[in-house]
Design a protein around this ligand. Structure first.
Ligand code: SAM
Length: 631
């Protein structure tokens, strides 16, 4: 990070720089650039004369800075550098001297100033979040932030104050401040902890995933829910798990409480549970996420119904921590098939001449499950009946990734003429169309998807949506996005149209490799009229550095960084955005697909005949609404 430059003023004291030349050190911690505690070296551009040198006072000096840092230009900061404890702190003022003898080179923030800047970011974010909660009075004063120690069960019963406090966590201001704090915490931990221990954490993070899977599979969360705040001794938890699993009928081995305690303690260490007393564990706010709302008795009676009538999150856990985890373990074996370990692993698994070579498997999923079928076709195998059902529920759980209502304001729907038609391509059961149809009663929606999806789609909506279906304002049509759109589409209440006002395609491009995305977008382009707009809704992954990508034409809404200007945070907010990059690699591992950057999706759109005209994001979200028009 070589930052910057132009210093006017007498040198504020000197020392010898590692790169030669004389330097003096300044640390600014007041406003703008200096808010982040930037340390700078001031290097003499040229040695003039001894009399110039004598103007450099060792204790105090005026400086003017025009600096560029992380790509942001900060114009002409003026200040006085004051010496404290052997360092110079820059205090901005309006006045400056201009000897022009020195060049300030911001080598980088000193590590301590970076750490302190991260610490300040966390404090500032907490202030902001607290202000939001302070404004919402509860019965006993301002609302408190939800406690990590306290489970909040989505299916109640909960005090209304707890529900409001949980809901406030999705307010845009809270989401954004939370992201900054989480990003800073992640960066602080990565900076401070000995790298070896960060490494051990990283390479063993599958242990945590497996333990979360165990938590779900063993019904421990439901058992601990029944036990309440005081928790349950690990011996009793083990027996309760055996009971729910009906081991007296199946003859399976009893669960070893000693092993169980170690699994639960790892989870408690990662804040997934609480160890309230030695070997006594209780749920907390994180483990409550995995709760199905069923009692241990219900689970014993009908384990196959565990995921019925839930928000889908327990099913998402079952799918991710099982299928995805197993597949992802084969990432290096599939990408580097000739490495020694991959070859020996293949032969150990019975692949030595008995089945296809590793190269035949297109994805880590294919290799892990020894199938050449695509993930969705594989899910439809008779032996995967449970997986297929869980996949459907997991997709409901995956809605937590985005507030679906964000789409209501993310596109100028209100500018569309009455009875404009929106085709929701790969629209599933119509979740997005229903939200939009309720918000914009003058628009009409045709949801296209695979035949078996559109067949069941109208049956999944209850009374509150019936009028939208009865009036035909939302209708369904079997249509593959890999086939050309028909020349005419019959829209209830409108008649036959050649093309809609908008093709909306949400959550679909990330499921497919580039060539398939081009194919699906080209079919839409071929059917579009010059006025037809395309709205692609999917995550757009920022780069992990400031995005200086050179483009012929800038795209409105493209951002160089998600981090606050001048802060030391990673440009993509690191830990706070990690969920998007994890999903990206799940797509790669299971489907040979990916989440994309703005530049990747706009290049694919262009290849298919669309020009991206702009993109917007909901506050604090990686989900983006990218619009395009026919070229
Ligand atoms: C991740 S879901 C997104 C659903 C919906 N757009 C939403 O945002 O909730 C992907 C959708 O693509 C559909 N799909 C898969 N292959 C398809 C095809 N060839 N033609 C049309 N839809 C397809 C799936 O059935 C599924 O509904």
């Amino acid at each position: 990070m070589e930052l910057a430059v132009a210093h006017a003023g007498a040198c504020a004291g000197s020392a010898t720089s590692g790169r030669g030349g004389e330097v003096c050190w300044c640390a600014g911690i007041s406003r703008g650039l200096f808010r982040w505690g930037l340390f700078a070296s001031v290097r003499r551009r040229q040695r003039t004369s001894d009399s110039d040198k004598s103007r450099c006072t060792p204790s105090r000096s005026r400086v003017q800075v025009q600096a560029e840092w992380h790509g942001y230009t900060v114009h002409k900061m003026s200040g006085v550098a004051e010496r404290t404890a052997g360092r110079y702190r820059l205090v901005p003022t309006q006045a400056c001297l201009s000897c022009l003898n020195c060049v300030i080179v911001f080598n980088a923030m000193s590590t301590f100033s970076t750490l302190r800047a991260l610490h300040s970011l966390i404090g500032d974010a907490l202030d902001e979040i607290e202000q939001v909660y302070q404004k919402r009075a509860g019965q006993d004063g301002p609302l408190d932030f939800p406690s990590l120690d306290k489970p909040y069960y989505k299916n109640g019963p909960a005090k209304s104050e707890e529900t409001i406090a949980e809901k406030l966590t999705t307010e845009p201001q809270v989401v954004e401040a939370t992201n900054r704090a989480v990003a800073a915490c992640g960066q602080l931990a990565a900076s401070l902890q000995r790298p070896f221990f960060q490494l051990i954490d990283g390479i063993n993070s599958d242990h945590v995933a497996s333990c979360i899977m165990f938590l779900e599979e063993s019904h421990t969360v439901e058992i601990l829910r029944a036990a309440g705040d005081k928790g349950m001794h690990v011996r009793d938890i083990a027996r309760a798990i055996d009971d729910v699993r009906k081991i007296d009928e199946t003859g399976a081995e009893t669960l070893d409480p000693a092993k169980l305690s170690h699994i639960l303690r790892l989870l408690a260490t990662y804040h997934w549970l609480r160890e309230v007393k030695p070997d006594v564990f209780a749920n907390n706010r994180l483990s409550a996420q995995v709760d199905s709302g069923k009692t241990p008795e219900q689970l014993k009676e009908a384990p196959q119904k565990k995921h019925d009538d839930t928000d889908g999150v327990p099913a998402l856990v079952a799918m991710s921590a099982d299928d995805f985890l197993k597949a992802f373990g084969f990432l290096s074996d599939q990408l580097l098939p000739t490495r020694e370990r991959a070859v020996t692993l293949h032969s150990l698994m019975g692949g030595d001449g008995k089945d296809k070579p590793i190269q035949a498997y297109k994805t880590p999923f294919n290799l892990a499950f020894r199938t050449e079928l695509g993930y969705f076709d594989w899910l439809e195998l008779p032996e995967n009946k449970t997986r297929l059902t869980e996949f459907g529920r997991a997709m409901t759980g995956a809605r937590g990734w985005e507030v679906s209502e964000n789409i209501v304001n993310a596109f100028p729907w209100k500018d569309l003429a009455d009875n404009s038609v929106i085709i929701d391509v790969g629209g599933g059961v119509g979740s997005t169309s229903m939200v939009l149809a309720k918000a914009y009663p003058n628009l009409r929606f045709v949801v296209e998807d695979r035949p078996h999806v559109v067949e069941i789609a109208p049956t999944v909506w209850g009374d509150s949506h019936q009028s939208l279906l009865d009036s035909g304002r939302v209708s369904f049509k079997a249509q593959s996005f890999f086939d050309p759109q028909p020349p005419k589409i019959e829209v209830p209440g409108v008649g036959a149209i050649a093309a809609p006002s908008v093709y909306l395609i949400r959550g679909c491009t990330h499921n497919w490799p580039d060539a398939d995305v081009v194919k699906m977008l080209r079919h839409l382009r071929n059917a579009a009229e010059p006025t037809t707009q395309l709205l692609i809704v999917d995550m757009l992954l920022p780069l992990a550095c400031v995005d200086d990508t050179e483009v012929d034409e800038p795209i409105p809404g493209a951002v160089r960084s998600l981090a606050p200007e001048g802060s030391p945070l990673l440009a993509n907010l690191g830990k706070a955005s990690a969920n998007g990059y994890l999903l990206d690699l799940s797509m790669m591992s299971q489907l040979n697909a990916k989440e994309r950057t703005l530049w990747e999706i706009s290049a694919l759109a262009r290849e298919a005949g669309w020009k991206v005209t702009g993109t917007t994001r909901a506050a604090g979200s990686l989900w983006a609404y990218t619009s395009a028009k026919p070229i």
